[in-house]
Design a protein around this ligand. Structure first.
Ligand code: NAP
Length: 239
């Protein structure tokens, strides 16, 4: 528990995986935490709002529900919800491409735009966007996903410039492989190949990503904005 007043924290896609670990981390710090989910609600004890982040009306309603629950605007936004639809270029349909961009990149625009209203009024705020090492290195079979995750970097850096004068920071976290449902779906063979490429020789736990996100929302990170923080076991070597 920190000494600071509780902040209202919203984590998109916080029902499982990295988002759930982030939600729990902020709860441990004593913050007021809400998560959005699409199909699977969060465990008991976490305030969850059903919200498909590809729909602006649902995003707007989710923020209104969070504001009503906690009585103030979102001060820390973690845009984490994301999907994959892997495939080689010639087999990738246009819908595979646009749906991943919509859920991973345009959704970040939707939630950040909505959160910025309250942050601008309060003259403070933290926005943390969950990208991926793949956004900076690329990965065969993931052109759609890599494009969406690379797009978050330009988006964050533009907003860091636009919102910095109001003490709003905007940063990107770029995880390497993390033990969640998303990587479990890849199968043991592919997971083994990925781990072989990671200098630390293992996947991250979701909690290791959550710790860095909590740091970016902390007072110690007040002078960090427009940064891309790799949490990838050395896979991207600083990219
Ligand atoms: P996950 O276990 O597959 O969980 C994804 C979360 O996103 C779920 O809470 C899901 O909600 C939510 N979600 C997906 N589409 C949504 C939509 N349209 N509207 C609202 N919520 C939606 O994923 P994860 O591994 O924790 O990944 C979280 C983030 O980290 C993603 O952005 C991912 O790209 C990124 N990342 C993951 C890894 C990794 O190795 N796992 C590595 C680098 C980056 P439901 O449960 O309701 O479906």
């Amino acid at each position: 528990m920190s000494d600071a007043a509780p902040r209202v924290v919203l984590v998109t896609g916080g029902s499982r995986g990295i988002g759930l670990a982030v939600a729990r981390r902020f709860q441990d710090l004593g913050d007021h935490v809400a998560v959005t989910y699409n199909s699977s609600p969060p465990p008991d004890g976490i305030f969850g709002v059903r919200c498909d982040v590809t729909d602006m009306a649902q995003v707007d309603a989710a923020f209104a529900a969070v504001e009503a629950e906690f009585g103030s605007a979102v001060e820390v936004l973690v845009s984490n919800a994301g999907i994959t639809r892997d495939g080689l270029l010639l087999r990738m349909g246009e819908d595979d491409f646009t749906s991943v961009i919509d859920a991973n990149l345009t959704a970040a625009f939707r939630v950040t735009k909505r959160a910025a209203q309250g942050m601008l009024r309060a003259r403070r705020g933290r926005v943390i966007l969950v990208s991926s090492v793949v956004g900076l290195l690329g990965a065969g079979g993931q052109a759609n996903y890599a494009a969406s995750k690379a797009g978050l970097v330009g988006f964050a850096r533009s907003l860091a410039r636009e919102l910095g004068s109001r003490s709003i920071t905007v940063n990107v976290v770029a995880p390497g492989p993390v033990e969640t449902d998303m990587t479990a779906a890849l199968g043991d063979k592919r997971i083994g190949e990925i781990i072989n490429a990671v200098p630390l020789g293992r996947m991250a736990t979701a909690d290791e990503i959550a710790g860095v996100i909590a740091f970016l929302a902390s007072a110690d990170a007040a002078y960090i904005t427009g940064a891309v923080i790799p949490v990838d076991g050395g896979l991207g070597m600083g990219h």
